[in-house]
Design a protein around this ligand. Structure first.
Ligand code: AMP
Ligand code: MG
Length: 416
């Protein structure tokens, strides 16, 4: 690979070609076993079948009295029938004997229905008096009784592989006795932040030095996309230190921020080419044209430009979908989208994909005027982004566009 520093990009890849390449490469990682307590938010790697019935016993669905349903026939407020009260059944503490004819047991919701009983009369229709229960409602057999397996039947395919586990899915898995759940392994990510000028997040900008904001943003994006952050380091523009970080094993994905272009201090592209393959360097898009992608062994290396908006954009186009796909999720944009008309025209050029920040105001998408790649506040003022595809010279005012919203909240400070 020739050293392109200070010579510019000879040609840039099309966004769609890069996306296709990544789509082909990024397949779900192998399964790992995850404790049921931690499986919500993970992706199930295989179908799960129920090994047991839930519930495993007939249980009361109401607080009341368990008895033989057929013995209540004819009961009404004007004809209360009397049963012998012979004990009680509580959740986890069954009535120990078999219920005989003419008998009833006080029972609470969730308690096992005693042997010999087949129905529960709600407490509202009963009155206890001198060791007896007076029943004023007739109930048929099985009334207010939850049958064995009414929730889950043994042998049922309860959840299908590939499913993103919702909180209630995890609860259901626990209810049927799963201790470990087979989940797609989460991709492991290393952040390598480069730049001599950077101060660590949490510092005050000082003199000519700026604060590293990319790592803060990337950590949150990596977490959003279900990946596991192994480490992050802020390195000077020193080829040996960057080389060591790229060679470090253990990560599935390395996100390199800064130094991705063709400047004198942009070492990462050359190093990736040297240590593995630099599949993409330079993309026909704005911002983020100095983005790149390569591989070192099995590790996928994303070169994200240092300019914060470019960094965000390159992440959202390339790294984010890849992390989601590795984790078994959908590559799709992870937030809501809305379709609204454009408040002003957008100018672009044929052959380049544009990522335009827009605020949604009065039901229309207003392109944000200050849109340089270094102006991070443009993404804060924006509700989302509109993608202008490569084949368009722009979009006239009034065009109905799809806005990829930045979040799913009704956010304070957003115009709407
Ligand atoms: P580079 O991609 O390294 O040429 O950086 C492009 C611009 O982004 C420069 O103005 C850098 O100072 C700035 N920059 C680089 N890294 C970061 C970072 N981690 N946080 C904020 N700005 C950065
Ligand atoms: Mg730099």
């Amino acid at each position: 690979m020739r050293d392109v520093r200070m010579r510019g990009f000879a040609e840039r890849a099309d966004v769609e070609d890069v996306e296709r390449l990544l789509e082909r490469i990024a397949q779900p990682l192998p399964a790992e076993s995850v404790p049921v307590l931690e499986c919500a938010g993970r992706v199930l790697a295989a179908d799960v079948f129920a090994a047991v019935d839930v519930p495993g016993f007939a249980r009361a669905a109401m607080d009341g009295y368990a008895l033989r349903g057929e013995e209540t026939f004819g009961a009404s407020p004007y004809n209360r029938l009397s049963f012998e009260l012979c004990g009680e059944a509580l959740p986890g503490r069954p009535f120990p004997e078999r219920l005989g004819s003419g008998q009833a047991v006080r029972i609470m919701t969730g308690a096992p229905v005693p042997e010999g009983a087949d129905a529960v009369v709600m407490a509202e229709f009963c009155e206890e008096l001198d060791g007896r229960v007076l029943v004023s409602e007739a109930v048929g057999p099985q009334k207010n009784v939850g049958a064995v397996g009414e929730d889950i039947r043994r042998g049922d395919a309860v959840l299908r592989g590939g499913r993103w586990l919702r909180p209630q899915d995890a609860g259901l898995l626990a209810s049927m006795g799963c201790a470990e759940v087979p989940c797609v392994r989460r991709p492991r990510v290393r952040l390598v932040i480069t730049g001599d000028e950077l101060l660590p997040a949490g510092s005050l900008p000082e003199g000519y030095r700026i604060v590293d904001s990319n790592s803060v943003m990337l950590r949150a994006l990596v977490a959003r996309d279900g990946a596991e952050l192994l480490s992050f380091e802020v390195l000077p523009d020193d080829p040996e230190e960057i080389r060591a970080a790229l060679e470090c094993e253990g990560a599935d994905v390395v996100l390199v921020s800064g130094g991705s272009s063709v400047g004198q201090e942009d070492h990462a592209p050359r190093l990736v080419a040297e240590l593995g393959s630099l599949d993409v360097h330079g993309v026909a898009m704005r911002p983020s044209s100095p983005a790149g992608f390569g591989r070192i062994g099995e590790r996928l290396i994303f070169l994200l430009p240092g300019n914060p908006v470019s960094c965000l954009c390159a992440y959202e186009f390339f790294a984010g979908p890849t992390l989601r796909a590795l984790g078994g999720r959908s590559r799709r944009w992870p937030h809501r989208r809305v379709r609204v008309p454009l408040a002003h025209k957008i100018v672009s050029v044929i052959g380049r994909t544009d990522y335009v920040r827009v605020a949604i105001d009065g039901g229309r998408a207003v392109p944000i005027a200050t849109s340089g790649a270094s102006i991070l506040s443009s993404t804060v003022r924006a509700s989302g982004a509109v993608i202008v595809p490569r084949g368009l010279e722009g979009m006239p005012e009034g065009t109905e566009v799809e806005v990829l919203l930045y979040d799913d909240e009704i956010n304070v400070g957003d115009v709407s």
